[in-house]
Design a protein around this ligand. Structure first.
Ligand code: ADP
Ligand code: MN
Ligand code: MN
Ligand code: MN
Length: 379
């Protein structure tokens, strides 16, 4: 045994826990006790794209998702199935270490399917996988900037309306300016959450690229990427789940609503940085410009996949381009799509679609971006 952490789980890998395929109920049934087992947290997305989870004891620490069994849950409790035929299957897709339990314990991002193996309500991964397979030779990379707002705690079951950075007497804080990338008490509010989340993601194996304090007090950002194709959805959804868990411990709420506070306060986005092998290679800038034009011709189709309530955020104010306009430009933070200065200078690189809202589903955003790009480049 290697000591225990605060929550009673073994701190380090335990030599008695073997790596390999889970032997299921039959494997457990033959055991004297479960002290050579570990646990796996199955995480999935409900009908509203919100992470849910439950835990399973397994006989072996999985080395890959193939080592884990397909599990199930009661879909009638999550608006994903009718009561009479309530079982939804959980197919393990992406494996992570469990930063909360540590030791041999794991977490797995899972996909919801019906008993006849069709995508269940809320499953946007299957359609994304199809597009990514079709255009696999383009080797798409995605880097997402997840903005989020910490919110003051409120009553059980209620959604908080007051950002954690706002005064407890309900008065509005001093205007935006010092908070973005700020430091100091009364300025960088919630760093404890942002930084614990960062540490947990690194431990878990999430491809988290960085964090920064955002423009509104109590608002932060973390980046995931560059992730390859489907991976961006698996990793960002797991990062969102980890955020919920960190916030539980810190007794604070988190929202990814695109406009959590009306008034002269920034909204929250999911800027999506994107490149294909053609864009990253010499001459890629011309490919990027061609793809930007194709995005412009399908602007409304893209907006449909870019999150709910985005019209409250894409006003043309607060570093956004109006939802009714489309423009792209070099280093332009008021454009729909920004071409980074370095990409313009070196003649290849990536593009940044600034339109997706913070609550957008990365599987849907990535699928739409790859589809338009693929059809533009290859017909
Ligand atoms: P911003 O300057 O807009 O705030 P960030 O630094 O927050 O940008 O995020 C940039 C994101 O783009 C990161 O997640 C990074 O991993 C990702 N990224 C970098 N290069 C590429 C690329 N070639 N293709 C796709 N994503 C990329
Ligand atoms: Mn950023
Ligand atoms: Mn930002
Ligand atoms: Mn950005």
């Amino acid at each position: 045994m290697s000591g225990m952490n605060f929550s009673g789980w073994a701190l380090n890998a335990d030599a008695r826990v073997k790596v390999g395929k889970d032997l299921g109920g039959k494997g457990l049934g033959g055991k004297e006790n479960y002290s050579d087992c570990c646990v796996v947290e199955y995480v999935w997305l409900d009908a509203h794209n919100v992470p849910r989870c439950k835990t399973k004891t397994v006989t072996h620490r999985p080395a890959s998702v193939e080592d884990l069994p397909v599990w199930n849950f009661d879909g009638s409790s999550t608006e994903q199935a009718p009561g009479g035929n309530s079982e939804i299957l959980l197919v393990p897709r992406a494996l992570f270490r469990d930063p909360f339990r540590g030791g041999d314990n794991m977490m797995v991002m899972s996909e919801c399917v019906t008993p006849d193996m069709k995508p269940a309500i809320g499953n946007s991964r299957a359609a994304c996988a199809e597009i990514m397979n079709k255009y696999a030779s383009s080797e798409p990379w995605f880097g997402v900037e997840q903005e989020y707002t910490l919110m003051a705690p409120t009553k059980v079951g209620e959604v908080s309306k007051i950002p954690a950075g706002f005064n407890t007497d309900g008065s509005e804080p001093a205007p935006q300016g010092p908070y973005y990338c700020g430091a100091g008490d009364g300025c960088a509010i919630g760093r404890g959450v942002a930084d614990k989340h960062y540490a947990c993601c690194i431990y878990a194996g999430v491809k988290i690229a960085g964090i920064n304090a955002e423009v509104m007090p109590g608002q932060w950002e973390f980046q995931v990427g560059p992730a390859r194709g489907l991976e961006v959805g698996d990793h960002l959804h797991m990062a969102r789940y980890i955020m919920l868990r960190v916030c539980e411990m810190q007794r604070v709420q988190v929202t990814i609503e695109p406009k959590p506070r009306e008034g002269d306060w920034n909204g929250a986005g999911l800027h999506t940085n994107f490149s294909t092998v053609e864009m990253r290679a010499p001459g890629g800038l011309a490919v990027i410009e061609k793809v930007c034009k194709a995005f412009g011709n399908l602007a409304a189709e893209h907006i449909k996949e870019y999150g709910e309530g985005n019209e409250k955020r894409l006003t043309g104010q607060h570093e956004t381009c109006s939802i009714n306009e489309f423009k792209y430009g070099v280093a332009d933070r008021g454009a729909s799509i920004r071409i980074p200065r370095e990409t313009a200078m070196t003649g290849c690189g990536y593009m940044e679609d600034r339109r997706p809202a913070a609550n957008a589903d990365p599987y849907r955003v990535a699928a739409r971006m790859m589809r338009t790009t693929g059809e533009c480049l290859f017909g």
